[in-house]
Design a protein around this ligand. Structure first.
Ligand SMILES: [Mn+2]
Length: 195
């Protein structure tokens, strides 16, 4: 059974089409109108081994806020939809990922209850055309859209490009683990019987 989802979302601010295959090989086709954000979503797909296609037509003449936040909402919803009933998935995933001087921890519980914790500080207001304040907006939106508990913590780091890229890659690897199927798991991994 394919674990895929396609979502289209159109508002006065953004028009987004997104497709994900949780059991892909890391192929991506990303066009958000913000170069650094494209770079981050490509890294997410590649390192999570998800196939991901994202097309965003947003009000980047205002700024990148709506485009990044709404893409987060849609990605979260697509992850939840592709997961379906969550039978057989590992549920938890974590990664501690280095990128040069930056070291980032990401931990995920696909528990059906949204929660978001992030500990990261950036010194530059922008990386390319990407506002560093949007890192929090994006991951908050993903965690709530997917109804997941997501923790992200920059343990060390100096360069904002490295810190943010390590966050996207650590998130990808943690999500790959949490969404992967373990044949030993009968039903859903919860004593409550549902996730
Ligand atoms: Mn880079």
């Amino acid at each position: 059974m394919a674990r895929t989802a396609e979502i289209e979302r159109k508002t006065a601010e953004t028009d987004i089409t997104l497709e994900i295959d949780l059991d892909g090989s890391g192929k991506s086709d990303i066009n958000t109108g913000i170069g650094f954000f494209d770079h981050m979503l490509s890294a997410f797909a590649r390192h999570g081994l998800f196939d991901l296609s994202v097309n965003v037509v947003g009000d980047t003449d205002v700024d990148g806020h709506h485009s990044v936040e709404d893409t987060g909402i849609v990605l979260g919803q697509a992850i939840a939809k592709a997961l379906g009933n969550k039978k057989g998935i590992k549920r938890y995933g974590s990664s501690i990922l280095p990128m040069d001087e930056a070291l980032v921890l990401s931990a995920i519980d696909l528990c059906g209850r949204p929660y978001f914790e992030m500990d990261a500080e950036f010194t530059a207001p922008m990386v390319g055309a990407f506002d560093t304040q949007l890192v929090r907006e994006f991951f908050y939106a993903v965690s709530y859209g997917a109804m997941m508990n997501l923790h992200l913590r920059v343990i060390t780091g100096i360069n904002d490009h490295h810190k943010i890229e390590a966050m996207f890659k650590a998130f990808a690897r943690a999500l790959d683990e949490a969404t992967s199927i373990d044949s030993r798991i009968d039903g859903v991994l919860s004593t409550k019987g549902s996730l």
